[in-house]
Design a protein around this ligand. Sequence first.
Ligand SMILES: Nc1ncnc2c1ncn2[C@@H]1O[C@H](COP(=O)(O)OP(=O)(O)OP(=O)(O)O)[C@@H](O)[C@H]1O
Ligand SMILES: Nc1nc2c(ncn2[C@@H]2O[C@H](COP(=O)(O)O)[C@@H](O)[C@H]2O)c(=O)[nH]1
Length: 211
Amino acid sequence: MTDDFSRRGLMLVLSSPSGAGKTTLSRMLLEEDNEITMSVSATTRPPRTGETHGEDYYFVDKETFGLMVNKNELLEHAKVFDNYYGTPRGPVEEALVAGKDVLFDIDWQGTQQLEEASADDLVRIFILPPSAAELESRLKKRAQDSLETVTKRMAQASDEISHYAEYDYIILNEDIAVSHRKIMTILKAERLKRVRQTALSDFVKQLRASL
Ligand SMILES: Nc1ncnc2c1ncn2[C@@H]1O[C@H](COP(=O)(O)OP(=O)(O)OP(=O)(O)O)[C@@H](O)[C@H]1O
Ligand SMILES: Nc1nc2c(ncn2[C@@H]2O[C@H](COP(=O)(O)O)[C@@H](O)[C@H]2O)c(=O)[nH]1
């Protein structure tokens, strides 16, 4: 027998204003932990330099995105900064049933939709930047978006942050290594929650019967 009961996978959501560090923290988490898999979203946004179709996103046109919505292929979807983004349903459902956790880099609108559909499986983390100046500096240093896009994303940051209280955990992302350790701690503790241990009640029944 192993130390752990078999369990259903959980859905770990990271949200933040653009540039606070979700993508960076997601990559660190995926590198360290092989029980969690990334949900690859579909988007109508054009790829950034270095982004790969099927790895970073499924880059699709508006018509294809609309078809995915109509066929109910998306678990959640939203318009963010003038583009459409959504989570393909199939891979998430397969992973959860197989006891694998799924990591989501999605905004507050998508998180609300996941909460409505699957609250018991959901663990929500909101990432805060240390300051407005640092957030702007990170967006500019990433050097992937035009100044106009950076300005637009900064203008939306306050709105995104206004949803922080809808999340279970808040991480102030000052030192990236410290933030990463905190997320690992949350993930490990959440995996141990009683409600996720699918084999627990049978085990306890047998244990009690043998006493
Ligand atoms: N704690 C940190 N200290 C310094 N730089 C950081 C920190 N966290 C992230 N960064 C840097 O900030 C930039 C933006 O980070 P990242 O792309 O991870 O943000 P994001 O929240 O995923 O943004 P978006 O929502 O636009 O995808 C990157 O260049 C990243 O290396
Ligand atoms: N509701 C959803 N939001 C998503 C999804 N995939 C990404 N996002 C969010 O969009 C913004 C912008 O992302 P970027 O890659 O263009 O910088 C960011 O807040 C992401 O979290 C999704 O499937 N659903």
